[in-house]
Design a protein. Structure first.
Length: 172
């Protein structure tokens, strides 16, 4: 099991506003929101034949929730191109799905206030199950247009190679 260093002088938890998302093509520009990483394990309940008064519980299958990435609408086609690998309308019979490369691994990196990498999670075999190119458009609104993709995945794990950095101390 990996050993993590412990910074005994840090009293505050990490903030949720300084992070980056990386694919095999590099960092994804402009992502403003990433949904939570969530794993759920089913509970299998069973009884023993000689014990009619109680039941036992053990873990069953685990499943990983889809992850949603949101970013402002720009001319960058990365979300749209990835979504089109899963389903390309008008591509012709048998060519609608790009089976060779519609899945990608991604990395979600969390940084401390000083910009040091503190935690990273590897998310495996992601593919786009939902793509929203434009939000509802409203002439009376004062908001940024946000696109989003929903990524199904086959699990994630914390990257043990990322250890807690020595935090910067400034002296006057």
């Amino acid at each position: 099991m990996a050993q993590f260093s412990v910074n005994t002088s840090r009293m505050d938890p990490y903030k949720a506003y300084k992070w980056r998302v990386k694919t095999n093509a590099g960092y994804v520009a402009g992502v403003s929101k990433v949904s939570a990483l969530k794993r759920t394990t089913e509970v299998v309940e069973f009884r023993e034949g000689g014990d009619p008064s109680g039941s036992h519980r053990s873990p069953g299958r685990s499943k990983y929730e889809a992850i949603t990435l949101e970013r402002g609408v720009t001319h960058d086609l990365e979300f749209e191109n990835w979504a089109s690998k899963v389903w390309q309308p008008g591509a012709g019979l048998g060519a609608e799905v790009s089976l060779a490369d519609f899945r990608k691994d991604i990395v979600i990196e969390l940084y401390n206030e000083a910009g040091q990498l503190v935690i990273a999670y590897n998310v495996y075999r992601c593919w786009v199950s939902e793509y929203q190119a434009l939000p509802d458009l409203d002439a009376n609104a004062n908001a940024v247009a946000i696109a989003h993709i929903k990524l199904e995945n086959e699990g994630w794990e914390r990257d043990p190679a990322v250890v807690e950095p020595t935090e910067v101390s400034y002296t006057p």
